[in-house]
Ligand binder design. Structure first.
Ligand code: FAD
Length: 310
């Protein structure tokens, strides 16, 4: 079936892609097919607007091992667009499918639109200081970062169809001998509703207690700039935010002792409310902030914490 196809190994991300897909459907006037590896999600995907859910079944459990089989399926069905969830696995998968189909691929797209015989996408370039618009000829593959779109809402049971497709996805050249899950310290900041973030304005590791107290008072997760984790090793790497770290999209972000270099701001600019605290009134972060407090974090943060505890 030609149309707008969607794939993510993560069903929450697949529902986010459905939001983009439903928008494309308005102009392309083509059905939406969601590829999934898990039968469990199919009804939820239909309820959220998919016209068809295709459960792909193979013997190898690793999502990336499905790339060749999915490419064959897309070719056979003459698919126009494949939107892929831009996780590390998703990007790996999308690159393999695009190479197999000799199709164009845009990664990290922030928007997708139908433009006649192409899909027009936008994405950030030059470390986030510019937005580039690109047109990819059909069939087009596009990866979209997690949380770029909100999850498609449940519209109640639709008339959608669920099918299963058996595929051969064994690759004897690759075998998994061991799996070591990453041990996370604390919650996933990328999904946090509130984030308190600290930069190199902090003098020493022990002073993180100030940040922890504010985070506890507002119910926030703690993030940091790259130097705090990669250079000073005061917080784990999964806590740093920015172009090469995590992207956050909380309701409230409070940054302290952070100058606001573009590589950091790119990771926080989608926050609903940004509060910046810095001694330097000319710090670039104030331009990105909704509220700015010019002051010493060692004075301001305890006052803020006290006020939030009331
Ligand atoms: C390719 C590349 C990728 C990068 N990726 C990332 C990334 O993903 N994330 C990231 O964060 N960085 C990244 N960086 C680094 C980035 O360019 C900046 O160097 C970094 O974000 C600066 O961190 P900072 O704001 O904590 O430190 P600084 O720029 O040193 O700023 C410290 C701020 O603290 C203020 N200050 C000092 N004392 C106090 C006080 N007592 N109270 C209040 N304010 C005070 C100062 O006025 C200053 O504004 C990247 C760089 C490159 C080249």
């Amino acid at each position: 079936m030609p149309g707008i196809w969607i794939y993510s190994e993560d069903s929450a991300i697949a529902r986010q892609l459905l939001t983009a897909g439903l928008d494309l459907k308005k102009t392309m006037n083509q059905p939406i097919v969601v590829l999934t590896l898990s039968a469990e999600d199919s009804q939820a995907l239909i309820s959220a607007g998919a016209d068809k859910v295709c459960i792909v079944k193979g013997t190898n459990p690793w999502p990336e091992s499905y790339a060749n089989a999915v490419a064959e399926l897309l070719d056979k069905e003459a698919v126009n667009v494949l939107l892929v969830g831009g996780t590390m696995r998703g990007k790996d998968f999308a690159a393999k499918v695009a190479a197999s189909l000799k199709a164009g691929l845009v990664t990290d797209a922030l928007s997708v639109a139908y433009a006649g015989d192409a899909i027009e996408t936008t994405r950030l370039v030059y470390g986030g200081v510019a937005v580039r618009t690109e047109a990819v000829a059909l069939p087009a593959l596009v990866t979209i970062p997690p949380r770029t779109f909100a999850e498609a809402a449940d519209q109640g049971a639709g008339p959608g169809e669920v099918v299963s497709v058996e595929v051969a996805n064994d690759d004897e050249r690759v075998s998994v001998t061991n799996v070591c899950p990453i041990v996370r310290q604390g919650a996933d900041i990328a999904a946090a509703d509130r984030v308190v973030c600290v930069g190199r304005g902090l003098n020493k590791k022990e002073d993180l207690a100030l940040v922890e107290a504010l985070a506890a008072a507002v119910g926030a997760e703690i993030g940091c700039t790259r130097g705090i984790s990669e250079d000073y090793h005061w917080l784990p790497n999964e806590r740093y935010i920015g172009i090469s770290g995590q992207k956050v999209k909380p309701e409230l972000y409070i940054g302290m002792g952070i100058s606001g270099q573009v590589q950091h701001v790119v990771g926080v600019r989608d926050s609903k409310i940004i509060v910046a605290i810095d001694t330097n009134e000319k710090a670039p972060f104030f331009e990105a902030a909704d509220y700015g407090i010019v002051g010493d974090l060692y004075e301001v943060v305890p006052l803020l914490t006290k006020a939030m505890q009331k």
